[in-house]
Ligand binder design. Structure first.
Ligand code: SF4
Length: 262
């Protein structure tokens, strides 16, 4: 068996790879507690209580919130996500799902949002879709946590695994932007239309976005299918393989300084 066939087998692509289908078909409450009674001499203990993070958040304008997030280091960013109440998705979450992997990775894979397994465990891409993603990574000699960082466009699970809504993506986007700034990957791979549309800030089909090198704040970005979609649409696995090969070639070009741009 050839190396290519080995890789296809690792990705569970072998049956659909043979279909040779054409490519292209196919992210205050106000504290109004009574003020302490005034006394003539100030009481040393009467220092106003620190405002809860959620109240501070609610008082910020979107620009102030973004600016604050863009100054965060990893620890502050993780805490901010864990405490975030900025969109309605916070109300049903079990855990926020921040991201996982090598914080200095060259490769950064970005999915849509947590599913039930991710919400329960607090890690992205666990369960069947995560297993498939791991297989996809292994097929191109990559491994989660080793020069690979994985995150989602939204950090809290949309109820019933629905797509995140535009406002939810907008509220969560500064967190993802800061993650990308901190990782400084050489290449971004958007997994699925929601992640791609969120990163590229324009609506388009997966078919029209695949096979090109896009740009996100100066970082090359490639679009492929979300593993959860591939589990439901076996015939698209061959196209996902094409995308991975394109991503590997693009990384090689980047390392040699010759990546194409759209
Ligand atoms: Fe905050 Fe993002 Fe969760 Fe919404 S999805 S509550 S913006 S962390």
């Amino acid at each position: 068996m050839s190396r290519r066939e080995d890789m296809l087998k690792e990705m569970e692509l072998t049956p659909t790879w043979r279909l040779r289908e054409p490519a292209g078909a196919a992210q205050s409450a106000a504290l109004s507690a009574a003020a302490p009674a005034q006394t003539e001499t100030p009481c040393p203990q009467a220092v106003p209580a620190a405002r809860p993070a959620s109240e501070v958040e609610a008082r910020r304008s979107p620009d102030e919130r973004r600016t604050a997030i863009m100054r965060m280091d990893w620890a502050d960013l993780k805490n901010a996500v864990a405490e975030c109440l900025a969109c309605p998705l916070h109300s049903k979450r079990t855990n926020t799902v921040f991201g996982v992997g090598d914080e200095n990775a060259d490769w950064m894979f970005i999915g849509e949002g947590p599913g039930a397994d991710e919400d329960a465990l607090g890690d992205p891409f666990v369960g069947q879709a995560g297993k498939l993603l791991d297989n996809m990574l292994a097929a191109v000699k990559l491994k989660r946590g080793q020069n690979v960082y994985i995150a989602n466009a939204v950090k809290c699970r949309p109820p019933g695994n629905r797509n995140p809504e535009a406002e939810e993506l907008l509220k969560c986007e500064p967190f993802l932007q800061r993650q990308i700034e901190l990782v400084k990957p050489k290449l971004l791979v958007a997994l699925g239309r929601v992640a791609a549309v969120s990163l590229l800030a324009r609506d388009a089909s997966i078919a029209s976005l695949r096979g090109k090198v896009h740009q996100y704040n100066g970082i090359p970005l490639i679009v492929t299918y979300h593993p959860a979609y591939l589990l439901r649409s076996l015939t698209e696995k061959a196209r996902a393989w094409e995308d991975l090969c394109f991503a590997v070639k693009t990384m090689q070009d980047l390392q040699s300084g010759a990546a194409a741009r759209t």
